[in-house]
Design a binder for this molecule. Structure first.
Ligand code: ZN
Length: 69
């Protein structure tokens, strides 16, 4: 059972749980890439799933993706 997120709820989640800011104004589903602004000012795109479940809440500079083996 998946919770249905609205763009407002996502906005609040981003504010509460990260230093990034949500730039997207529409949410169409978990496979959609959302635009964020990192605390450093850089913009990055991520799906909300990654942001929320994989704790990828900063840009690739502040939080480099883990190198895959
Ligand atoms: Zn950054």
């Amino acid at each position: 059972m998946n919770k249905r997120w609205t763009i407002n709820e996502i906005n609040q989640f981003v504010e509460k749980s990260s230093e990034s800011r949500l730039l997207s104004t529409e949410f169409h589903g978990f496979s959609q890439k959302l635009s964020f602004e990192c605390a450093c000012g850089a913009q990055f795109e991520k799906t909300f799933t990654k942001f929320k479940n994989k704790h990828q809440r900063k840009c690739d500079v502040c939080q480099p993706p883990k190198a895959s083996r």
